[in-house]
Design a protein around this ligand. Structure first.
Ligand code: FES
Length: 87
């Protein structure tokens, strides 16, 4: 599991295996717009402030994956212990 932290107020939430970032944040009142929830449409793309994304989407380019400054929180995860998102 990893932690997702909101850059705006520093709140942090644990994302367990099998859960998505979108699910965990939604339960805590932070709604991210989604559509496909499968990494295809790009609706949920969110800026990454720090941490290393584990990209599971098909919508961002290889270059964008390598840059690591954006993530699809509907399906992607983290390789680092923490991801700080621009939320
Ligand atoms: Fe479609 Fe995340 S909701 S890529």
């Amino acid at each position: 599991s990893f932690r997702v932290t909101l850059a705006s107020d520093g709140r942090s939430f644990e994302v367990a295996p099998g859960r998505s970032i979108v699910e965990v944040l939604g339960e805590n009142g932070i709604e991210i717009q989604v559509s496909c929830e499968q990494g295809i449409c790009g609706t949920c793309v969110t800026r990454v402030i720090s941490g290393v994304p584990d990209h599971r989407d098909l919508v961002l380019t290889e270059k964008q994956h390598a840059a690591g400054d954006r993530i699809t929180p509907c399906c992607s995860r983290a390789l680092s212990d923490e991801l700080v998102l621009d939320l």
